[in-house]
Ligand binder design. Structure first.
Ligand SMILES: [Zn+2]
Length: 442
């Protein structure tokens, strides 16, 4: 049992004194923040609920137990808006042969056809959920590989896990398949049935430049409108400036006057456009109300990789420019220990730390923490998540770090995670639990 550094009373009623909270994640009136955007607060917790959020040092009538956090950063539990739980942890039996995007695509496809039974998918997804939970994640959207017989295998597993994890992690699924499959009526009917039976009202696919792109997007948007679905796309995960399916999605959203939520992930090639093209596309994305999630760790791993040549490009989209244009921007985990990303543990503290380094989120405003908290919570339709509010659950991550440099310099391995005011067991699952699924002659 590992519960981190903080000695939390078992009662569920106590005070956390001198908690340093990003003011942009606090729903409370008159929270004064310092130049780095932090508010120093005393947090009263009663029966697992946040009873008050007050400036530190205010006299209190409550004579109960107090935990002195001594200026340590406190975050709400966090929100991971783009993951692939169903691909997770297959690396030992199916590594990426050369670290390339094509190597990832073909390796995962072969592994899916050979090994992805309901039990295999379930055990690996659950392993990922346990990692995320231990790190302090409250909600996850996962993409579900959805081609042929895999649709009937994976979607019922997602529905079971969503029910089993309710109250610990809010789980959403979005279908993943290449955009050329949209032309196949039987495929689209199977997808729509699976989403309606087991899904979360989310439709999407992987978009890239094919001659039929506009017609395929029309079908996707029409299907979403007819069924009341929101949309979630993988977009232009490529270093080819000719990859401009993001603009086609924005055009389609405007053409269909789409009123649901749209999330697009990756959009790597946006960062390689000529300035006038980038500005035009960013403006259309903003006008269409599209939100963008960058996957910095996966992009850094796959993009600009050539054997024997040092990479020149970080692989990430134009996230600062999108934010400046008013686009809701997020960062997320993406893949974990599979051919698309060899590492990763669904730890949003790591994602924010690496995102800060890769995307240079530092020196550019003090509200980027929203990109793993309030912004993805709103996009997922979970407005109570990713923030601390009076009357809300006492779900939070406690650390000893007193500013962002202390926070990012270390992995925060000794953090304490609270759910309803109680410290959870943060023991991570052992990879050896998955050994029975990893035989390479399966
Ligand atoms: Zn992805």
């Amino acid at each position: 049992m590992t519960t981190g550094f903080a000695a939390i009373p078992a009662s569920g009623s106590y005070r956390l004194n001198k908690a340093l909270v990003p003011a942009c994640l606090v729903s409370a009136e008159a929270v004064a923040s310092d130049r780095a955007g932090f508010a120093l607060l005393d947090i009263a917790i009663e029966d697992g609920v946040v009873a008050s959020l007050l400036p530190a040092g205010m006299p209190s009538l409550d004579a109960g137990h107090a935990v002195d956090l001594d200026g340590g950063i406190v975050l709400p539990r966090l929100v991971d808006v783009h993951t692939h739980l169903d691909k997770g942890h297959i690396w030992p039996r199916r590594p990426n042969p050369d670290g390339s995007f094509m190597g990832a695509l073909t390796s995962v496809g072969a592994d899916r056809e050979a090994n992805w039974t309901a039990q295999d998918v379930r055990v690996r997804m659950e392993f990922g959920l346990r990692c995320a939970f231990a790190h302090g994640t409250a909600a996850i959207r996962t993409h579900i590989d959805s081609l042929g017989p895999q649709i009937g295998i994976s979607w019922p597993v997602l529905a079971e896990l969503r029910a089993e994890w309710a109250g610990r992690i809010a789980l959403q699924g979005s279908p993943l398949f290449g955009v050329e499959a949209v032309a196949d009526d039987a495929h689209m009917q199977a997808i729509t049935r699976a989403v309606r039976a087991h899904g979360d009202g989310l439709l999407g696919c992987v978009t890239y430049m094919i001659p039929e792109l506009e017609a395929a997007l029309d079908t996707i948007f029409q299907t979403a409108i007819e069924n009341g679905f929101d949309l979630d796309f993988h977009v232009d995960e490529s270093n080819d400036p000719a990859a401009r399916s993001l603009e086609a999605i924005a055009d389609a959203a405007l053409r269909h006057r789409f009123t649901g939520r749209i999330l697009v992930g990756h959009c790597c090639s946006l960062a390689l456009q000529q300035p006038q093209d980038e500005a035009r596309i960013v403006a259309k994305v903003a006008e269409a109300g599209i939100a963008v999630v960058s996957l910095p760790m996966c992009n850094m791993y796959l993009q600009d990789r050539q054997a024997g040549r040092t990479p020149r490009w970080r692989g990430v989209t134009a996230l600062h420019e999108l934010k400046a244009a008013g686009v809701p921007v997020m960062i997320a985990s993406d893949n974990t220990r599979d051919p698309f990303y060899a590492y990763g543990d669904l730890d949003l503290v790591e994602v924010l730390r690496e995102g800060t380094r890769i995307l240079q989120l530092d020196h550019s405003g003090n509200d980027w923490v929203q990109s793993i908290a309030t912004t993805p919570a709103a996009l997922m339709g979970l407005p109570g998540q990713g923030r601390l509010s009076v009357g809300g659950p006492a779900d939070m991550i406690l650390t000893r770090a007193r500013d962002w440099t202390e926070f990012f310099a270390r992995p925060q391995a000794e953090r304490t995670v609270l759910i309803s005011g109680k410290a959870i067991d943060r023991t991570l699952p052992d990879y050896r639990e998955l050994d029975h699924l990893m035989s390479t002659d399966a």
